[in-house]
Write a protein that binds this ligand. Structure first.
Ligand SMILES: Nc1ncnc2c1ncn2[C@@H]1O[C@H](COP(=O)(O)OP(=O)(O)OP(=O)(O)O)[C@@H](O)[C@H]1O
Length: 256
């Protein structure tokens, strides 16, 4: 299944937030979106998922969802959004209950996604007993449970410390290698973008326009061993962004 964004422009009141954004997320592709603070990345993701209607242009999905997909477009947020009174298994179960999946099938799906996210031993734990990394694994397991065609990930690792972030990136790569999900992945972290992205869409400061799309034709599995090349790519993305980020920073301090 493909996500296609065509000529998306958007404004809030008198503020232009996005301008003429077009790109596609192909089947099994992770496309990262980076750009200075406030350039409209989260807005773009909300438009991609149909939570918000763009002022101009359109967000389309093309192709067939995977068999058994309960929710073709599924979000993963930075703040995990878990119910504190439900166990790990209970949190995953909730989305399946919402779809009326019967108990036996629900249990099978929960066992499968908890095993894929290395959470089987924590099925009965409550969120407050878990570290931030484990909570985000639960959020990922919950997203996988609905067999999404495309995951819309908004800074999923940014609340985590750098070591946990590394571990979660390894997990995401392992999950992707097992079942090539498609994702539109918003991040501030350029190391994350070059580690995970097949392409990186670099946005300008607000109103966000596409400055450049950087292609990374390097298998995800090889990336940890090719750190020098990745670092070069990261520098390249930063060179594209530097002036934009500086200007965005000034704009924000002007308002303050
Ligand atoms: N619902 C809304 N109503 C009015 N303005 C909004 C709304 N949502 C976002 N904005 C404004 O739109 C601009 C883009 O916001 P958005 O959160 O999409 O940017 P972002 O690139 O994700 O930011 P950050 O990098 O800080 O997370 C900002 O100026 C923000 O204040």
């Amino acid at each position: 299944m493909q996500l296609i964004l065509q000529g998306i422009s958007h404004r809030y009141g008198g503020t232009n937030v996005l301008e003429d954004i077009s790109f596609a997320v192909g089947d099994g592709e992770i496309v990262c979106i980076v750009g200075p603070s406030g350039c409209g990345k989260s807005t773009l993701l909300r438009i991609a998922g149909g939570l918000e209607r763009p002022g101009e242009g359109e967000a389309l999905i093309a192709g067939k969802a995977p068999e058994g997909s309960l929710n073709p477009l599924t979000y993963i947020f930075q703040d995990f959004a878990l119910l504190p009174w439900r166990t790990v298994a209970g949190n995953v179960s909730l989305v399946l209950e919402d779809h009326g999946i019967e108990t036996k099938r629900r249990r099978a799906i929960i066992d499968d996604v908890l095993s894929r996210t290395n959470l089987s031993d924590f099925a009965h734990a409550l969120p407050r007993q878990l570290s931030g990394g484990m909570k985000q694994r639960v959020a990922i397991a919950r997203a996988l449970a609905v067999k999404p065609a495309i995951m819309l990930m908004d800074e999923p690792l940014s609340a985590l410390d750098s070591q946990t972030r590394e571990l979660l990136m390894d997990d995401l790569v392992a999950l992707w290698q097992r079942e090539r999900f498609s994702a539109c992945y918003v991040t501030h972290n350029l190391a994350e973008a070059v580690r995970l992205g097949r392409r990186i869409v670099v946005l300008s400061r607000r109103p966000g326009r596409i400055r450049e799309v950087v292609d990374i034709d390097m298998p995800l599995a090889e990336r940890p061993e090719r750190l020098v090349e990745l670092e070069k790519l990261q520098r390249r993305v930063w060179e594209i962004m530097r002036e934009e980020a500086r200007e965005a920073d000034r704009e924000i301090s002007d308002v303050a």
